[in-house]
Design a protein around this ligand. Structure first.
Ligand code: NDP
Length: 253
């Protein structure tokens, strides 16, 4: 995507990022802060979050906040408690990027381990839904909020071996579409990003044979992540965007 955001694109915005401890989420948090946002970092590993928070604060005007939440064990109650804690520290949320995700096992359906299946669904769908529900009141305090979910090419077209991950990403697209229908896009717009093959630890575990140097880095795909959080995407809702348009799904060639 060719997009040249203004350097103050996200000034005065408060944006929460899940899975901010690593990979694409870490890069999105750093990027949003560089473009002026105050960021709220969520993840399951306190040490990693603290490190990202320190990095963000080297460049950020407003100090970043971080909180741990393990989406695998998250409940509606724990998400509401976290939302209350966040509401005690920020007046609203102008954006939420649901980026945290779990791959599970890349094996045929017949061999999917039911326990891993449920783990993937808990992280990618149940926990993400509980957190969304708990954060909606804070998003609705914004003049024009942006809620972004993270999908995948296998969330639009099923592919052999991608089991629970693929099914969870179809559900992610569904969650985005239902929410988008429920809100006036002037108040809350809801969309999905498909990052496309990107150089992270998840990608390396899905494609261990692949030459990672042939993949885009998280930094390369940030234009779409910025566009969806800024005013240039105002009123766009119910859509699923590709961060790497035209890229063929599957291993890098
Ligand atoms: P990474 O594995 O590098 O990062 C995943 C992030 O999610 C980490 O911060 C991780 O935390 C966090 N996370 C995992 N499980 C939990 C949990 N139980 N509770 C809270 N946080 C958790 O993956 P990517 O950066 O590659 O992926 C980001 C998103 O992009 C995912 O939704 C993925 O499905 C999607 N995606 C990625 C593609 C790619 O090629 N990279 C392609 C298509 C989609 P921790 O640091 O503790 O592990």
């Amino acid at each position: 995507m060719h997009y040249q955001p203004k350097s103050d694109l996200l000034n005065h915005r408060i944006i929460l990022v899940t899975g901010a401890s690593d990979g694409i989420g870490r890069e999105a948090a750093l990027t949003y802060a560089r473009y002026g946002a105050q960021v709220v970092l969520l993840g399951r590993n306190a040490e990693k979050l603290q490190r990202v928070c320190d990095e963000v604060n080297q460049h950020s005007k407003a100090p970043a906040l971080w909180f741990t939440l393990d989406l695998e064990t998250a409940t509606p109650e724990s998400c509401r408690e976290l939302a209350d804690t966040i509401a005690g520290q920020v007046p609203r949320l102008d954006g939420v990027l649901h980026n945290a995700g779990l791959l599970g096992d890349v094996v045929p359906m017949a061999q999917q381990d039911p326990a891993v299946w449920q783990q993937v669904m808990r992280v990618n769908i149940d926990g993400t839904f509980f957190l969304t529900q708990a954060l909606l009141p804070l998003l609705l305090k914004s003049e024009a909020a942006s809620l972004v979910f993270t999908s995948s090419s296998v969330g639009r077209q099923g592919r052999a071996g991608w089991g629970a991950y693929s099914v969870s990403k179809f559900a992610t697209e569904g969650m985005m579409q239902v929410l988008a229908e429920e809100y006036d896009p002037r108040q809350l717009r809801v969309n999905c990003i498909n990052p496309g093959g990107t150089r992270t630890k998840m990608r390396a575990s899905a494609f261990p044979e692949e030459d990672a140097n042939k993949l885009k880095t998280p930094a390369d795909i940030m234009p779409l992540y910025l566009w969806l959080m800024g005013d240039d995407s105002k009123r766009k809702t119910g859509l699923s965007f590709d961060a790497q348009p035209g890229r063929k799904p599957g291993a890098a060639e």
